[in-house]
Design a protein around this ligand. Structure first.
Ligand code: HEC
Ligand code: HEC
Length: 326
């Protein structure tokens, strides 16, 4: 009798697990094509916009860091021009994510995507098919004019035929998506129309918050849901071990001017600019040093002013770099 009950209970558990697996695999992907309709935007490109888009893509917005072939990594780090023909495969517990070919090739690139589809991707993190994507590209608060400039620049790229691998969430990734954690981006309202570059703390905040993602990496987050759980810019977010860090672990430093725990307490403007331009010290650090090295002195000064203006936050993040045990 007891054995029988146990068997029945076991059968129920197995059945439940199967039902959950089937449910997650078949319904994790919500389609947002109706709630976030694609606009009929047509970006009127001119050479100023293309130049601005190029600067953003290879500098502060660091598209090159993820969308250029991994074999070109040394060139990106050295500040050379690279084709955005697809690269970056990050293999983490929620899945394998590949940054696709962004050239105008119609088959393997984005030649067939409309300006409206691209705009929706940057503003709401919804891809051309209508799925919300993991928060790799935190551009939802970028000004319209900068998004248009980036689109204008992407359109100007010579087509390169290079197949990109499709991103594939793991079971865990699908479960996270199904739990509702991966939602379309919610940009701050009203949507910023334009932002004029200047050496000011306001412009520095715009770069750090909406373009260069200093905030996204230098604030502690729950890595399952990507929710912000730490004080902004106070560091403490851990990366790795994964395929890109080659087993190393990194923790982002505290960028607030707190005496004792924040690096901005003691860094002068010269030291900050020099460091940002000097490139990586740690070979496998996730920080896009190569792209940031392309930033203008004025943009770096603005970011410096902004970071210096932050409330000091007492947050000792401990070891920044722990090498893989070999
Ligand atoms: C941290 C890495 C990273 C950065 C930086 C990044 N991307 Fe991506 N991008 C990705 C990944 C990964 C995907 C694939 C996401 C997926 O399929 O779930 C992607 C997808 C895309 C897509 C495809 C959308 C679609 O509809 O299929 C476009 C377009 C794109 N990125 C453009 C850009 C541009 C332009 C920039 C710079 C302004 C940029 N990305 C910066 C990682 C990045
Ligand atoms: C993709 C994640 C990521 C982004 C985006 C990012 N950082 Fe970092 N940052 C790191 C990590 C990890 C480290 C520690 C390892 C290292 O020094 O490379 C770091 C280190 C630093 C350091 C200390 C370097 C040193 O030598 O002590 C500074 C300064 C810094 N980041 C500033 C910034 C600023 C400013 C931005 C935005 C313009 C930014 N970071 C964007 C991940 C990131």
């Amino acid at each position: 009798m007891f054995k029988k009950i146990l068997l029945v209970a076991l059968a129920i558990v197995v059945l439940l697990v199967v039902v959950i697996i089937v449910a997650v695999n078949t319904s994790y992907d919500t389609n947002y094509n109706e709630t976030y309709a694609i606009s009929d935007l047509k970006v009127e490109a001119d050479s100023t916009m293309i130049a601005r888009g190029k600067y953003l893509a290879h500098g502060p917005a660091h598209c090159s860091h993820c969308h250029a072939p991994f074999s070109e990594f040394q060139k990106i780090e050295a500040g050379e021009d690279v084709a955005l023909s697809g690269g970056f495969g990050l293999e983490i517990p929620p899945g394998a994510f590949y940054a696709p070919n962004l050239t105008s090739d119609k088959e393997t690139g984005i030649g067939n995507l409309s300006d409206g589809q691209l705009y929706r991707m940057f503003r709401y993190n919804i891809n051309h098919q209508g799925s919300a994507v993991f928060d790799f590209m935190p551009f939802i608060n970028m000004a319209d004019e900068d998004i248009y400039s980036i689109i204008a620049y992407l359109r100007s790229l010579e087509p390169v035929k290079r197949e990109s691998r499709r991103s594939e969430p793991s079971f865990l990734g699908k479960a996270i998506m199904m739990s509702g954690a991966i939602q379309p981006g919610k940009p701050d309202e009203p949507i910023l129309k334009s932002m004029t570059p200047s050496v000011s703390k306001e412009y520095g905040e715009y770069l750090a918050y909406a373009v260069a993602n200093c905030r996204g990496c230098h604030t502690n987050r729950d890595m399952q849901t990507l929710e912000y759980i730490g004080e902004e810019y106070a560091g403490g977010l851990a990366f790795g071990p994964d395929n890109l860090t080659q087993g190393d672990i990194y923790v982002t430093p505290n960028l607030t001017p707190h005496e004792g725990t924040g690096i901005m307490a003691t860094w002068s403007e010269e030291k900050f600019i020099e460091r940002m331009k000097a490139g990586r010290v740690h070979a496998t650090s996730p920080m896009p040093w190569g792209a940031f090295g392309q930033m203008s002195d004025d943009d770096l000064k603005a970011i410096y002013l902004f970071l210096k203006s932050l409330e000091p936050v007492n947050n000792d993040v401990g070891e920044i770099h722990t090498p893989a045990e070999s």
